[in-house]
Design a protein around this ligand. Structure first.
Ligand SMILES: Cc1ncc(COP(=O)(O)O)c(C=O)c1O
Length: 473
C-alpha cells in the first residue's frame, strides 16, 4: 500500500491475511477450488458483510471511511459507492430530485438510463437541444442560453440533467449552467460518467464538483483504474435531502454489493490522489505527441475544436476523425482491430479511444502503428466524410415515459408508424439524438429523416428488423 490510505482495501487484506475458515457467503469461499486457469480473479478478496468489512447500506466503518475519503478527493459533501454503474447513479439522482408529475429538463441526447429514471420517478421531461455541428455530424453540448430559455419557460422545474463531458470528450459550460439552475432553485444533476478523472488535473475540464452541481455520478470504471460497474455518486449539501438520497441509494442497490467493486473504488481514489496529477501529466504529454503523428497520417484529432457551447475538450480522450481519409469510423475500427488495437467505439466519421493513466507509451506506439494501416486504406475520393443537416423539431408529448411504460407495446414497420405514440427511444447515429422518445407522437418528417440517414449508411437505434415499438391503440 506504500502509505496510501484505502481503508476498505486494508480491511479486506487484513481479513485475507488472517486465513480464516469462511463459513459465510460468497459460496466460493475465496475461490479455493477454482482452477487458476479460470482467470486470475480476486476470489480471496470477494467478501461479504462480516466484522471489519462494514455494510454499504448502513456504513459505520471501513466503507464509511472509504466513502468519506472519496468525497474529500472528489470535492463533494457526500459520496456513495455504486456497484451497478452510473446507470444506477442516474436513476438515483432523478429519484432524489423529482417526484411524480414534476418537470425535469433533459438534453435530448442524454444516456438511455435517463428514460428509465423518468419511468422510476414518474417525472415529465422537457427537452433541450444540444448544439449540433453539421460539418462533423456531431452533437455537442447544451448551451447556457438554451438552459436559460428552458428554465424561463419552465420555472417550476425540479431538476435538470447535464452531461459532462460527452462521449467525445466535449465539456459544456457547466459552471454557467449550474449558476442559472441555482438562480431558479432547480437541482443540477450531472452525468459525469466520462469525467471521473477531471478533479485530478488542472488542465482537464472542470468537474461538476467545481461548478457547484448538486448531484453527480461518475463511472470510475471508465477513466480511472476501477473495475467495471464501479461508480461514484456525489452530493453537495443544500437542495437535496441527503438522508433521502441514502434511502434511494439503498433502494436501488443489491443487499450483496461486490467487495471487489467497492474495493476498486477505494483503490482507484487512493491511487489517483497520490499519483493522478503526475500520471495524467505523463498521459497528456504522450497524447500530444501521438496527435502530431496522427496528423501526419491525415487523421484529424479535433485538437482545436471550438464551439460557443463547448467549454473545452478532455485532453485524455482521443477522437480520430477519419473524414479526410474517406473512411468511416466503423471501417476504421475494423482495420485497427485487425492490427491488434480495439477502440472504445466508432461512428460514421470517427473512432473514439478512451485513454487513461493505465496506458503506456508502448500501447500508444501500437495505436500509431495500427493507424498507419488507416492511411494505407484511405479512399481515393478523399471526401471529407459525412455531413448531416437534421430537423430540430421535438415531437409532441402525448404521455409521460412512465405512462408509456405501463401501456401495452406492439412492434410495427417504421414506415407505418406516423400518427402512433412511440414506446421506445428511436433515432439514428449520426447524430445520436433520439428522433422519438417514449410517449411522443411519431411524425412523418422524423421517420423520413431516419430512413434517409439509414440510406446514407447511418445506424438506427431502437428499431429492430425495421420494426418500431409503439403504444397499442
Ligand atoms: C454519458 C453516459 N452516461 C451514463 C452512462 C452509464 O454508465 P455505466 O456504464 O457506468 O452504467 C454511460 C455509459 O456509457 C454514458 O456514456
Amino acid at each position: 500500500m506504500h502509505g496510501m490510505k484505502a481503508p476498505l482495501v486494508q480491511a479486506i487484506l487484513d481479513y485475507v491475511n488472517e486465513n480464516t475458515a469462511r463459513f459465510h457467503m460468497p459460496g466460493h469461499k475465496g475461490g479455493k477450488q477454482v482452477s487458476p486457469s479460470c482467470f486470475n480473479l480476486g476470489w480471496p478478496y470477494d467478501l461479504t458483510e462480516i466484522p471489519g468489512t462494514d455494510n454499504l447500506h448502513a456504513p459505520t466503518g471501513a466503507i464509511k471511511e472509504a466513502q468519506e475519503l472519496a468525497a474529500r478527493a472528489f470535492r463533494s459533501d457526500a459520496c456513495f459507492f455504486l456497484v451497478n454503474g452510473t446507470t444506477s447513479g442516474v436513476h438515483m439522482m432523478l429519484l432524489a430530485a423529482a417526484r411524480p408529475g414534476d418537470t425535469v429538463i433533459i438534453p435530448r441526447n442524454c444516456h438511455k438510463s435517463v428514460w428509465d429514471a423518468l419511468v422510476l420517478s414518474g417525472a415529465r421531461p422537457v427537452y433541450v437541444w444540444p448544439g449540433y455541428d453539421e460539418e462533423r455530424a456531431l452533437a455537442t453540448q447544451v448551451a447556457p442560453e438554451a438552459v436559460r430559455q428552458a428554465v424561463a419557460e419552465n420555472p417550476g422545474a425540479s431538476a435538470m440533467m447535464v452531461v459532462n463531458p460527452s462521449y467525445y470528450g466535449l465539456a459544456p459550460r457547466l459552471e454557467e449552467i449550474c449558476g442559472i439552475l441555482d438562480e431558479y432553485g432547480i437541482v443540477s444533476l450531472v452525468d459525469e460518467a466520462h469525467g471521473t478523472h477531471f478533479v485530478f488535473h488542472p488542465s482537464l475540464p472542470k468537474s461538476a464538483a467545481d461548478c457547484r452541481a448538486d448531484l453527480w455520478a461518475q463511472s470510475a470504471h471508465k477513466t480511472i483504474p476501477a473495475l467495471t460497474q464501479a461508480s461514484y455518486l456525489h452530493a453537495r449539501r443544500g437542495k437535496v435531502d441527503l438522508n433521502r438520497l441514502q434511502r434511494i441509494h439503498s433502494m436501488l442497490t443489491t443487499t450483496s454489493p461486490s467487495y471487489l467493486l467497492m474495493a476498486s473504488l477505494d483503490w482507484a481514489r487512493a491511487y489517483m490522489e497520490e499519483k493522478g496529477r503526475a500520471e495524467i501529466d505523463r498521459l497528456l504529454t504522450i497524447i500530444a505527441d501521438v496527435k502530431k503523428q496522427l496528423r501526419q497520417l491525415g487523421i484529424d484529432t479535433m485538437d482545436d475544436y471550438a464551439r460557443p457551447e463547448v467549454e473545452g475538450m478532455d485532453g485524455t480522450r482521443l477522437v480520430l476523425d477519419l473524414g479526410e481519409l474517406g473512411l468511416t469510423g466503423i471501417e476504421g475500427e475494423a482495420i485497427l482491430r485487425k492490427r491488434g488495437v480495439q477502440v472504445e467505439m466508432s461512428d460514421m466519421r470517427r473512432v473514439v479511444c478512451i485513454c487513461t493513466v493505465a496506458d503506456t507509451k508502448e500501447d500508444f506506439d501500437r495505436l500509431i502503428g495500427a493507424c498507419r494501416a488507416l492511411w494505407e486504406h484511405r479512399k481515393q475520393a478523399m471526401d471529407k466524410g459525412i455531413k448531416l443537416s437534421i430537423s430540430r423539431e421535438i415531437p409532441r408529448q402525448e404521455m409521460s415515459p412512465k405512462e408509456a411504460f405501463y401501456r401495452k407495446t406492439e412492434y410495427i414497420p417504421l414506415e407505418a408508424s406516423p400518427g402512433r405514440i412511440c414506446a421506445g427511444i428511436v433515432g439514428a447515429y449520426p447524430p445520436g439524438i433520439p428522433a422519438f422518445c417514449p410517449g411522443e407522437l411519431i411524425g412523418k418528417g422524423g421517420i423520413t429523416e431516419l430512413l434517409e440517414i439509414k440510406v446514407m449508411g447511418g445506424r438506427l437505434f431502437g428499431v429492430m428488423d425495421g420494426l418500431i415499438p409503439v403504444i397499442e391503440e
